[in-house]
Ligand binder design. Structure first.
Ligand code: SF4
Length: 229
């Protein structure tokens, strides 16, 4: 199993935990604002294999609480359940980032107790979803299944949206709020413009706008927070 990036320590990626972050390449979405566009399956050279990762983790026992699994879209990796089993057997907590388009794999990982925290992207309101993931059209049924699965509360989780000035407005957060009503927690993350994103020229929302959007979402999900401003 090939690993394309490793952040050896983070205090930010896994809420309340000291963790490392493991990056896998490949994604079925093409979000124009993607910060990890070098990991979208364009042949970026791998950093290590799963054996080397497990050897690294062996040395971090007692130092790290957990491991964040991100991408790309990590649920594209067929061997992920086996790797997570090894990581859990070493005593680490696992946080998974996902775009929500593989509900069956997500359910399998949750049922097997292989994830402790899931952060799922809600890219936009259903009306603007396809545009926000860089597609002409998109069947939302899989994303809806993942939302329903997390809302059952079988595993700790958050929903989150990267907010981009050109893609989101007040109506986005009214619609998203209704969609995920009753969720445990929701975060609006401010887009940070970078040269490496897929579509240049996108802007961050103003601070006032993102706080107004959070206020709208809070009506549906009281524990709504803002990150990155
Ligand atoms: S789902 Fe995530 S990794 Fe995939 S294109 Fe969108 S932002 Fe990038």
């Amino acid at each position: 199993m090939l690993i394309h990036g490793l952040q050896k320590m983070t205090l930010l990626d896994f809420p309340g935990k000291v963790a490392c972050t493991v990056f896998f390449d490949g994604c079925n979405f093409r979000c124009p604002f993607c910060h990890n566009s070098e990991l979208l399956g364009v042949g970026f050279p791998p950093l290590m294999d799963d054996g080397e990762l497990l050897a690294f983790l062996e040395k971090r026992k007692g130092v790290l609480d957990g491991v964040c699994i991100t991408g790309g879209e990590p649920l594209l990796q067929k061997e992920l359940p086996a790797l997570l089993e090894s990581i859990k057997n070493m005593g680490f907590l696992v946080k998974l980032d996902t775009n929500g388009s593989f509900p069956e794999t997500l359910a399998e990982l949750i049922d097997k107790g292989l994830v402790d925290y899931v952060a799922m992207d809600i890219k936009n309101s259903p009306r603007r979803y396809a545009e926000t993931i860089g597609k002409e059209r998109y069947d939302l049924s899989k994303v809806e299944k993942s939302i329903a699965l997390l809302l059952t509360g079988k595993v700790d989780y958050e929903f989150r949206t990267t907010v981009v000035a050109q893609l989101h407005d007040e109506e986005s957060f009214r619609e998203i709020g209704k969609w995920i009503q009753g969720a445990k927690r929701y975060f609006l993350q401010c887009f940070a413009p970078r040269d490496s994103v897929l579509q240049p020229g996108l802007d961050a929302p103003s601070e006032a706008d993102i706080h107004r959007y959070a206020e709208i979402a809070r009506f549906y999900v009281p524990e709504t927070g803002v990150r990155g401003v």
